[in-house]
Design a protein around this ligand. Sequence first.
Ligand SMILES: Nc1nc2c(ncn2[C@@H]2O[C@H](COP(=O)(O)OP(=O)(O)O)[C@@H](O)[C@H]2O)c(=O)[nH]1
Ligand SMILES: [Mg+2]
Length: 295
Amino acid sequence: MTRCGYVAVLGAPNAGKSTLVNRLVGAKVSIVTPKVQTTRTRVLGIAVKGDTQIVYVDTPGIFQPKRRLDRAMVAAAWAGAEDADVILLLVDAARGIDADTRRIVDGLKAQKRKAVLALNKVDLVRPAQLLPLADALAKEGVFDPVFMISATSGSGVEDLERHLLAAMPEGPWLFPEDQLSDMPQRLLAAEITREQVFLQLHDELPYASTVETEAWEEFKDGSAKITQTIYVQRESQKAIVLGQGGRQIKRIGERARAELERVFGRRIHLFLFVKVRENWQEDRERYEALGLEFE
Ligand SMILES: Nc1nc2c(ncn2[C@@H]2O[C@H](COP(=O)(O)OP(=O)(O)O)[C@@H](O)[C@H]2O)c(=O)[nH]1
Ligand SMILES: [Mg+2]
């Protein structure tokens, strides 16, 4: 008899959701940066342990949405939770219960859903800080059980994983044994470049940008040529992405290419273009490319 089920990973922006999903899957399926709202769409990370397959749903953070893109991201996060067998709420222990986590707890209560709680980033706080936080969250009456983990060091993650494995319902696996994600290669490649945009650029620029893979060409020697466009909203932003003498785009391209080669395990030729599209956050096509709902 096999087991299989969905675990939706919810949490405020930056709680460490994508870091944890990558660790549980054992491969990079979702990009990670120190900036909030890195993950824009629902990403499936698939892991097999013994006779159990767990499909982790990495979600965009849940926060107070302001723009259309925010609303689409938050909607995608809650949609990811709807059909899940288990909801796992990740709370950054160093941040505690902020307004975003409050909103999620209230959402779970309104939906009468129970969740597994993981206090993450325990490497950053003293035990004396952890217990009051665990107590305060336990009082909400929606969490059982509670784990204390570090997604970066792996501390506590095995216990959490053991609990999740046992909680999966009996049933056939939903994906082939060796599949790690549902994300098409072209989208993952765009995400890896967007990760560099988030890491190399600052202020409003990461949020004003999106990346799309325009073409993917295979060569006989096993290498691939990937052509991508970075969309920004203004000419002034384009100038910053390009940098003096094209230095910034060159750096983004070099780092993205190295990461693409690591993730795909093959030689990659990367061609990046920058285009201004003032209203890309109002373009239905850009949302479809990300797998988000436009309405
Ligand atoms: N110190 C520490 N940092 C962490 C831990 N988990 C995640 N991070 C960092 O927190 C930031 C946000 O992580 P990410 O996975 O993108 O968060 P997400 O927005 O919830 O998906 C990144 O800089 C991670 O390296 C942890 O357990 N300890
Ligand atoms: Mg994320």
